[in-house]
Ligand binder design. Structure first.
Ligand code: SME
Length: 165
């Protein structure tokens, strides 16, 4: 069982380090990809405060399709180049958006979202999908969040063969 009560006494950076330990524990003890990515989205949602959505979209026949997530029901499909997620795919670069209402083409799945970070899942130059995290707080995601979420995705990449999804 994942132990979360210890989070209360931790600083923000300690929480993010613990988030990576929880992910390592999950990935090293379970082989099933869907169990792993489902709990990966739940670990982020449980550890990071002030979030309203965290989850995955995966490339299926040239577009992003919704994967495991935590939060309100979301858009099923996003075209490459559209919204924050589709832009992360077309640029192969993390999108850290302080105010989503100023992002041209932002797709509002939950009207509570005000800021967002999207990290593409890139392995050997191929984009397999994105990790998408939303917050109701403007400018929620700083360089610190980007640093640890990037490490989080690197760890997923080390363990998961996205081609088997
Ligand atoms: N806001 C995203 C859409 C996905 S939801 O946030 C879950 C976007 O603009 O791509």
């Amino acid at each position: 069982m994942i132990k979360l009560d210890v989070l209360e006494k931790m600083s923000t950076e300690e929480k993010y380090k613990y988030m990576l330990i929880l992910l390592e524990g999950q990935l090293s003890s379970e082989k099933d990809i869907y169990a792993n990515i489902s709990n990966a989205s739940a670990i982020i949602y449980a550890v990071m405060d002030k979030l309203n959505w965290s989850g995955f979209y995966f490339m299926r026949n040239g577009e992003l399709v919704l994967g495991p997530f935590q939060g309100k029901p979301a858009c099923n499909r996003i075209k490459v180049g559209n919204g924050v997620c589709g832009t992360a795919v077309s640029t192969k670069e993390t999108q850290r958006i302080a105010n989503v209402h100023e992002f041209p083409g932002h797709i509002a799945c939950d009207s509570a979202s005000n800021s967002e970070i999207v990290i593409p899942l890139v392995k050997n130059d191929v984009v397999y999908g994105v990790l998408d995290i939303d917050s109701p707080v403007l400018n929620r995601f700083t360089e610190l969040e980007e640093k640890y979420l990037t490490k989080f995705v690197e760890k997923l990449n080390n363990y998961i063969n996205w081609e088997n999804l």
